[in-house]
Design a protein around this ligand. Structure first.
Ligand code: FE2
Length: 309
């Protein structure tokens, strides 16, 4: 199966993946550049979509990671081993990687697989970064992730919006790791995007979109809903991370899933923080909702998610 690559500017391709793997950007030139590299388990697929564009992985010069979450950095170590490429992150993310802080990257909190790599370039808000002949402005957009950045190409109005802005849904807010101000940071980050002239936004998950103002208003309403009704943060988090956990494992034995979740930091703590430790009741309620919406299905004794990985 070939993954469709959309040429958004000459030789700069957008490749839509799913929710276990963040979308990629590939610049095809004498010095190829990648932006985001998916989840580690699906590295073969990531390598294939890059190879399909005629790019030899050993020739990659630079990887820019929009943040250190596992679905955006999964190919970094492997590609760096083959190519000795530079890897650029916001300076906060570089600090997480340099100090082997797998808590701030969320990997340990959510029991995710990921490998450390060598971050060689620290980016700051306002920096310009070259993707082949295209100069992108780095905008630091904390909220979802302390080290989150978006990349803005002023001449064309193209925004690589990563997990700061999606078309419909909003990326998960993990206050336990990001801190109690994370929702306020997210609002400030959305305000910064609202000041830009954007023709098309290319998100970290999902398809590209042009009605950016509408997406920003939806995201703002969502954050404000979280601020007014705290338990909505917990519900959103449980739903998203349960699906994500199923995607990480492919499928799991239904009889063991609750115990598996109880063995993680995030499940216990989320239920503690938002729902007074009602673990089983909350598990049943959230799973019921996911089955009803067709986002989780049974196959014999196993369950799996229908969300695109
Ligand atoms: Fe993501």
């Amino acid at each position: 199966m070939k993954t469709h690559a959309l040429e958004i500017m000459k030789d700069l391709f957008f490749i839509e993946r799913g929710y276990l793997n963040g979308n990629h950007f590939v610049y095809r030139g004498t010095k190829p550049v990648l932006i985001d590299t998916g989840y580690v388990r699906d590295f073969d697929r990531t390598a294939q979509v890059i190879a399909d564009l005629g790019i030899d992985l050993s020739r990659i010069q630079l990887i820019i990671s929009t943040h250190t979450h596992c679905d955006h950095i999964g190919g970094n170590k492997c590609i760096q081993e083959r190519s000795n490429c530079d890897i650029a992150l916001h300076q906060v993310g570089k600090h997480f990687i340099d100090t082997r802080d797998d808590w701030s990257t969320w990997w340990r909190y959510y029991s995710q697989d990921a490998d450390f790599f060598k971050c060689t370039v620290a980016l700051e808000d306002g920096d310009m970064v070259a993707v082949g002949p295209y100069e992108f402005q780095v905008i630091h957009t904390p909220g979802h992730a302390a080290d989150g950045i978006v990349l803005y190409h002023r001449d064309s109005g193209v925004l690589i919006s990563s997990d700061t802005l999606w078309e419909e849904d909003m990326a998960v807010m993990t206050l336990r790791v990001e801190g109690s101000r994370a929702l306020f940071f997210q609002l400030e980050s959305l305000d910064r995007l609202a000041d830009l002239e954007i023709t098309t936004a290319y998100p970290g998950h999902g398809r590209p979109f042009t009605d950016v103002k509408e997406a920003i208003s939806k995201a703002r309403r969502r954050v404000k809903g979280f601020l007014e009704h705290r338990e909505k943060i917990g519900d959103d988090l449980l739903k998203k991370i349960m699906i994500y956990t199923l995607l990480m494992h492919g499928s799991v034995d239904e009889a063991r899933f609750f115990d598996q979740l109880m063995g993680t930091f995030w499940f216990r703590e989320t239920v503690d923080m938002y729902f007074l430790g009602e673990y089983e009741a909350k598990y049943d309620e959230v799973m019921k909702g996911l089955f009803n919406r067709g986002l989780v299905r049974r196959r014999g004794s196993r369950i799996y998610s229908t969300v695109k990985p």
